[in-house]
Design a protein around this ligand. Structure first.
Ligand code: AMP
Length: 190
């Protein structure tokens, strides 16, 4: 059971790349952002709870996030593992993931980090706001999401680096070139 943890700041292209990787690896993309948006759209209790955090660009509390991921990873399409996109985002989530992997007999084989510089990220997110109309892509929210990333998620890179799992991938290339680099990383490590 193999897990790939795709990391990188908001706007780095994690979602796009995870979807492409899903096809070539035969492992499902598990995106906590997409799962929350699905709940939002369907107006579930979880969606109602998540909305206030997402609209502000803050993280949804760890407890509900972890519970949602556990449920998702128990689905039959994830029996061989998954590509985790946007999870874990805090040390508490990373610890919960370790515990879960121990329970289900899975392991993280690679943590590709998609690297894009700050100015480029802001430009991409503003453009996405126009195209997709994501309510969490307003300028204020983008700033908050960047801060949340720096404070809560970026430290995870150290944690995974110590375990020798992080490989940087240049995210400032065209989509196909980034995908090729990612595939190479995963083929070597997994
Ligand atoms: P994303 O599509 O990954 O950028 O996620 C959009 C929003 O969903 C984030 O800004 C958070 O509010 C929420 N979210 C996604 N993943 C997580 C997570 N692992 N932990 C907490 N909140 C999350």
């Amino acid at each position: 059971m193999k897990f790939i943890v795709l990391v990188g700041p908001p706007g780095a292209g994690k979602g796009t790349q995870a979807k492409l990787l899903e096809k070539s690896l035969g492992l499902p993309q598990v995106s906590t952002g997409d799962l929350f948006r699905y709940n939002l759209k369907n107006d579930t209790d979880l969606g109602k709870l998540a909305r206030s955090y997402m609209d502000r660009g803050e993280l949804v509390p760890d407890g509900v996030t972890v519970a949602m991921v556990k449920e998702r990873l128990a689905q039959p399409d994830a029996t061989n593992g998954a590509i985790l996109d946007g999870f874990p985002r805090t040390q508490v989530q990373a610890d919960a993931l370790e515990q879960l992997l121990e329970e289900i007999g899975g392991r993280i084989c690679a943590v590709p980090n998609i690297v894009v510089d700050f100015e480029e990220l802001v430009q991409r997110l503003l453009k996405r706001a126009q195209i997709e109309g994501r309510t969490d892509d307003s300028e204020d929210t983008i700033r908050t999401r960047m801060r949340v990333y720096e404070e809560q998620t970026k430290p995870l890179l150290d944690y995974y680096e110590k375990r020798g799992l992080v490989v940087n991938v240049n995210g400032q290339q065209d989509i196909e070139a980034v995908q090729q680099d990612l595939r190479r990383v995963v083929e070597q490590a997994c």
